[in-house]
Write a protein that binds this ligand. Sequence first.
Ligand SMILES: [Zn+2]
Ligand SMILES: [Zn+2]
Length: 356
Amino acid sequence: VIASHAVVLESPGAEPVLRRVEWDNLVDDEVLIRVAATGICHTDLSCASGVLPSAFPLVLGHEAAGVVVEVGPTVTRFEPGDRVVVSVAHHCGHCRYCESGKPALCLYRGASRQRLTLDGQLLFQGFGTGTFAEHTVLREISLVAVPASVPLEVAAVTGCAVVTGLGAVLNDAQVSAGATVAVFGCGGVGLSAVMGARLVGAARIIAVDPDERRRALALQVGATDAAPPDLEALRTLEPDGVDYGLEASGNPQAMVLALDFAASMGTVVLVGLPSGEVSLPVPVTRFAGLNQRLVGCNMGGLRPNIDFPRYFRLYADGRLPLDMLTSTKVPIEEAARGFALARDGQSPRVLLTTDD
Ligand SMILES: [Zn+2]
Ligand SMILES: [Zn+2]
């Protein structure tokens, strides 16, 4: 067995505590990585509180980067010392969704064995990743190499926030140069969407958020305007509405606002994951009459071996200000403080870091 430490949640709402845990020895295509940095995503918080149902006791975390320590007998693409980012797609590579370029929807996603224990008791590896830990074990398919030009903290936030926000713009909405865009919710995902809209040459990028500090961050990373979530305020900026609305907050009212502020023929992408069961009251005339499009988005249409390398390259070329997302770091021993900071929402991302 491999002894290490991980942030364990005993039950929904419990305090996250760093505990000594044990990983089984590696088999087949498994890889042991030393986690360098791991971001706390809103989905982690929803699982920790019990709003999203999960099995406990549990190690959460799915946005991470680190260094390969050891590889299983059939691993071919990695060796100890390699820098890697975690992909939550865990795709098989040959089902109809994988072959359609949507590996995050893989039919066999998440199929992996139980390999983590605490004092002999089974621990659940949340999302199949369990990265709120000093080490984690993943299958080779769930890792992508990180070039030397990209710090591991930046690679970590790319794992969920950046691939989701950028992918919503580039893969799902396919925003065109000169278009008008509104981004609703300016946390890590929304800020990444703003960066993506800037990157593809959108003419106007309106950042919508009730929090003034988050609006200010959006203006720093490329938004042309910022406004609170109020239709009249938005209409003063674009009276006819926008070509693309990207909803990144998961708030149902913001989803309705995104549709209300979309132009005829406009596209609204629902990126944010609401807590629990949510339905939207949407007039059908928007689609049959105004010809609007409502588009779903799972992990920004992530194709791990296409999207991670291109986002890393754009960062290294100075075209994606991802350092903006890595300013708040908390040692993993203080995970409870990290969770509180993430819940508070003032920082676009909170990272748990290990000492290496
Ligand atoms: Zn996430
Ligand atoms: Zn598949």
